[in-house]
Design a protein around this ligand. Structure first.
Ligand SMILES: Cc1cc2nc3c(=O)[nH]c(=O)nc-3n(C[C@H](O)[C@H](O)[C@H](O)COP(=O)(O)OP(=O)(O)OC[C@H]3O[C@@H](n4cnc5c(N)ncnc54)[C@H](O)[C@@H]3O)c2cc1C
Length: 392
């Protein structure tokens, strides 16, 4: 891989910008911020209409002839405008998981419908008593003739408030070691017995607790083999950590901070950027951002070749999220008291983006695998070190 390649999306930037200007409503980002729902369905419908969601998928599964690089440039435009597409990100992970582990019938049922924007899938792995140790899930699925009956509760089912399906991790066999008795189902949120309650988080995002009471699904909703759910989960988690960010060119905090520091003045009339310690900290942020971007390119490149970026995805997520926390902490130090002004406060620097970014960064080292778990994976699989817990 050429780590020094120029922006390979450059040819698409102007058309992507024109698409964004014509199709992205300016109030959507504010709406996401206010409601905490990181998925805008009107945007989703437009992405589907123009074949952007379907870019890169084979025609037999509903793929479009839109250049994946153009689609990527569009998602970069969304990120530029502070628009999240979290529901599409989780859907995309599940589609790739189905492509690896589903039956042909499931690939033809779910992938084209999702690419047309008709179904959106949230991840239902975590429970009140199991997060890092997802395999300890207690939600049950019991076979009843040709159907399965699901009972239990999930925590942090993000974007479920707008999703048509939840990808639910269940226990189908309590009599075998925990990793061997799991199964995954695609459960429609329209099914009787399904319910949800919002959970407000520090970063402003509103996620959900979801409840399943005698929810009945057909056998065709089972993804992978019965009791073979851990093999399905492994693929799904790799996609979550390795290729979760739809944006390859993450917004750069270093640039935002530098433009603020270039203008902001200290009482003695000098600019904040005149302070060499400030310049050094911004320089360090820029270096970290470049490393994070290259790690993202590495995992995306592996995925694009049809590979599964396992340990590399863990490295990317660990580095990127921990660096982001350091960066926003540095940003607040540099900004001083003004940095504490929230987005709603008059005069907040960069419209409160630094304060909000600081809060939002806190949860990034929790979802999709905590830093401790990712370090453990890297220690075991990359360095060959022993497990840190017996039987875990
Ligand atoms: C904003 C947000 C959105 C989320 N969205 C989703 C979603 O859409 N779908 C979903 O299923 N889940 C989601 N999650 C849940 C997330 O995946 C879990 O919170 C995460 O896996 C951690 O699980 P836990 O909260 O139960 O913490 P625990 O697993 O109880 O961990 C608590 C602490 O112990 C540490 N720890 C645990 N086990 C070990 C170990 N073996 N070695 C060392 N340290 C360990 C952890 O690192 C952590 O610091 C979301 C969470 C948040 C905060």
């Amino acid at each position: 891989m050429d780590f020094w390649e120029a922006d390979e999306l450059a040819a698409h930037r102007a058309t992507a910008r024109a698409w964004a200007e014509a199709n992205i409503e300016p109030h959507w980002a504010e709406e996401q911020h206010r409601t905490g729902c990181h998925q805008t369905m009107e945007l989703h419908a437009r992405l589907a209409r123009d074949g952007i969601l379907a870019a890169g998928w084979p025609a037999e599964y509903g793929g479009s002839d839109v250049d994946p690089a153009f689609a990527q440039a569009i998602f970069d435009e969304c990120a530029e405008r502070d628009l999240h597409v979290d529901g599409w990100t989780t859907t995309s992970m599940v589609l790739h998981t189905i492509a690896h582990t589903g039956t042909e019938a499931q690939k033809h049922e779910y992938i084209p419908a999702a690419l047309r924007g008709e179904i959106l899938i949230a991840l239902g792995y975590s429970e009140p008593d199991s997060g890092s140790d997802a395999a300890a899930a207690k939600t049950t699925a019991v076979r009843d003739g040709d159907t399965w009956v699901i009972n239990g509760q999930k925590m942090f089912t993000s974007t479920a408030q707008v999703c048509s399906h939840i990808f639910v991790l269940t226990r189908t066999n309590p009599d075998v070691p925990k990793h061997k008795g799991l199964s995954l189902f695609l459960v429609p949120t329209s099914a009787p017995g399904y319910d949800l309650q919002p959970i407000h988080t520090l970063g402003g995002q509103v996620t959900n607790a979801t409840f399943f009471t005698d929810v009945r699904v057909p056998g065709s909703a089972l993804i992978g083999e019965p009791d073979g759910g851990w093999n399905v989960m492994r693929v799904a988690l790799i996609y979550e950590r390795g290729v979760s960010s739809p944006s390859r060119i993450e917004k750069t905090l270093a640039e935002d901070l530098a433009s603020w520091a270039r203008e902001a003045r200290r009482p003695d009339g000098t600019t904040v950027l005149d302070d060499p310690l400030v310049a050094e900290r911004i320089g360090r942020i820029a270096v970290d951002e470049e490393v994070g971007r290259l790690l993202g390119r590495w995992t995306n490149w592996q995925a694009a070749k049809g590979g599964i970026p396992g340990v590399e995805g863990s490295m990317r997520k660990l580095f990127f999220t921990e660096a982001e926390q350091r960066h926003f902490s540095d940003a607040l130090d540099i900004l001083g008291a003004e940095g504490l002004l929230a987005p709603e406060a008059p005069g907040a620097p960069a419209g409160g983006a630094f304060e909000h970014g600081f809060r939002a960064a806190v949860v990034t080292t929790v979802y999709g695998g905590t830093s401790e778990i990712l370090r453990d994976i890297i220690a075991q699989r990359h360095l060959g070190l022993p497990r840190n817990r017996p039987g875990g």
